[in-house]
Write a protein that binds this ligand. Sequence first.
Ligand SMILES: Nc1ncnc2c1ncn2[C@@H]1O[C@H](COP(=O)(O)OP(=O)(O)OP(=O)(O)O)[C@@H](O)[C@H]1O
Ligand SMILES: O=P(O)(O)OC[C@H]1O[C@H](OP(=O)(O)OP(=O)(O)O)[C@H](O)[C@@H]1O
Ligand SMILES: O=C(O)c1cccnc1
Length: 487
Amino acid sequence: MSFNYRDDSLMLHTDLYQINMAETYWEDGVSERNAVFEVYFRKLPFNNGYAVFAGLERIIQYLKGLHFTESDLEYLREEGFKEDFLEYLKDFRFTGNIRSVEEGEVVFANEPLVRVEAPLAQAQIIETALLNIVNYQTLIATKASRIKHAIGEGVVMEFGSRRAQEMDAALWGTRAAFIGGFSSTSNVRAGKLFGIPVSGTHAHSMIQAYHDEYTAFHKYARRHKDCVFLVDTYDTLRSGVPNAIKVAKELGDSINFIGIRLDSGDLAYLSKAARKMLDEAGFTETKIVASNDLDEYTIINLKAQGAQIDVWGIGTKLITAFDQPALGGVYKLVSIEDEAGNMQDTIKISGNPEKVTTPGIKRVYRIINSMNHKSEGDYICLETEHPEEEERLKMFHPTHTYISKFVTNFHAKDIHQDIFKNGELIYKSPTIYEAQKFAEENLDVLWDEYKRSLNPEEYPVDLSPLCWENKMSHLEMVKSKVKNTQK
Ligand SMILES: Nc1ncnc2c1ncn2[C@@H]1O[C@H](COP(=O)(O)OP(=O)(O)OP(=O)(O)O)[C@@H](O)[C@H]1O
Ligand SMILES: O=P(O)(O)OC[C@H]1O[C@H](OP(=O)(O)OP(=O)(O)O)[C@H](O)[C@@H]1O
Ligand SMILES: O=C(O)c1cccnc1
């Protein structure tokens, strides 16, 4: 086994069955037929009322210049793929269209997030990577948003790299967390690659290396003007905080005594006691940083106890999406070109009504009330429809259709952007700061009832009457086909 292919690529970052299906299409002469797939998830993660979309930047990087390298083809040859098909794969490039919601967009269950319109074989092969990217990054951006929501105005540092499911997750996870509202990361490479602010304190090992806090704090301060001293190595209130105060007093203006960090024990009690000691010593501006397996639940609880924590350091429970380790995003075929060159909508049936796919090439509009600028819900319609031109819109629940309302005086915002057109990247990515701000603005459009972390209201994601009728007629068509097969 070798990891040293000079031309390793992400092309084979797919499931074998995708390549087998692509081969089937190619051999049958249908590989170039236009196909439309949609990425969406069926259930919001963490029982949250919304999700924050992330992953587009990596999708762009992945698709740009995607091709089979020599060693990719060599490997497929060894796996038994034949020369004629390998010859076809040699010229593989992504030549399709991508429409996607932007990073930081607030999204909901059952609405298309990314739409791929491409030759069938291409659209098939890229499924695995697209889901891999969107499922993880959206999960982490959403977890980060929940944590940030619990914190409110406070600063939150991302500390997860050491606990992440390997390096890619640490890197892209911290980026997603920044989009979701985090303030900085401890991962220096993420700072370099993405421009996320980096920040950090120091570890217990530094105190242990010098055997005492007083010496360690002094040594650290010689090269680091901005100091956050970790105070819980031996005894927080009897040793850590007094030593930090002593060193800060001795060094005076030659350092910025920015803060102390608590990493164990009763964080509510210790933070209150430490606040008192710092204030009494005149360090009223010195902040208290807390870490230790924190998540939104502990944060809310600590706040309820009156904890005096200004800055939060969050690792494991964010980066591993501890309470829900996967988002179940799927990739479904909704329309495909027939022999005559016409697009035919397709459906996948399930005993579970929530799992029946919605056929057709669609758009998603956020229906924003023009009076209060809050969203009435999302409206999924066929691409040919123009709700933005309507005066009055009927919105109804797609499975419980009796739940309906008429909306007037609204603005319909198309939540997707064109990203690739005929294989060419036409989208200009925002900065990471713009993506974070975009997420904040999108959350502002939601009523608080959808944003609370516990038992939020269900946000309406509705189908247009035309889209719904199209779904019903395909359902009927498939049912009668099945009946005829049984005869
Ligand atoms: N006042 C508090 N209320 C609720 N949870 C708290 C409070 N203080 C700390 N916690 C949380 O309780 C957990 C305590 O973890 P644990 O039992 O491992 O103790 P510890 O303080 O980390 O001890 P150790 O010295 O072994 O590191 C952490 O998740 C921490 O965030
Ligand atoms: O608790 P998390 O949310 O995962 O945040 C990251 C943790 O990583 C560090 O602990 P670790 O024991 O790895 O190293 P240390 O010796 O520096 O405390 C740090 O002190 C945090 O507790
Ligand atoms: O800078 C810190 O305090 C830090 C960084 C990574 C993990 N835990 C803490």
